[in-house]
Design a protein around this ligand. Structure first.
Ligand SMILES: [Zn+2]
Length: 75
């Protein structure tokens, strides 16, 4: 499984959605989207711009955060 799929599943769990589809539907059209660090050993997440693909992760001190829509390849 690709890291993007794993991270989407992690966001679904941490944000309390029932599925990846419902998470993405909630993000589309919103001004913020849940984002998560893409490093395998880090699950830091926070709200970011929906098209964010290199957001700052304070845990990794690196631009490793991607929004749910970016992870899903929808933006
Ligand atoms: Zn991180």
């Amino acid at each position: 499984m690709h890291i993007e799929q794993l991270k989407l599943k992690r966001l679904v769990e941490t944000e309390g959605y029932s599925s990846i589809t419902s998470l993405l539907e909630a993000c589309v059209g919103d001004s913020v989207s849940p984002a998560i660090c893409t490093r395998p050993e880090c699950d830091y997440s926070e709200e970011m711009e929906p098209d964010q693909d290199h957001g700052w992760c304070p845990e990794c001190n690196a631009n490793t955060m991607k929004s749910a829509l970016v992870l899903a390849g929808m933006v």
